[in-house]
Design a protein around this ligand. Sequence first.
Ligand SMILES: [Zn+2]
Length: 133
Amino acid sequence: MSTWSLDEWESKANAEKRLVTYQLHITLQQMQQACVGCLAEFLFPAGNYLYTGSARRNLPARVHRHLAPQKKQRWHIDYLLMAPKARVTAVGLFSEAECYCNQQVSGEILLAGFGASDCRAQCGSHLKYLGDQ
Ligand SMILES: [Zn+2]
């Protein structure tokens, strides 16, 4: 599978039952300080990010949750996505494992361990910064 617009991703996700991994393409329009899991205040620079996550059951529901503007903060990514200037611009869908997909992304790790609490593949972070272009 591949990367889809916000209008397309859901029909693709419903049509393909073997999908386990999603990637959120995120644009942050201005820098944002966030208390990630309230372990540390972190200043996210403006620019583009790619977040890789997985859901073994009901992947469309998980992606919907990430796209919802209001939610109880549960995962690290919630703190970034709830920033007023953060937007998900596209959604990638994959049948390959989460860490494999994440490791195909060449981006910068700004915050070690982000979204990687369950990672057993030494990804370092499941959020990568792609720069501000
Ligand atoms: Zn990983």
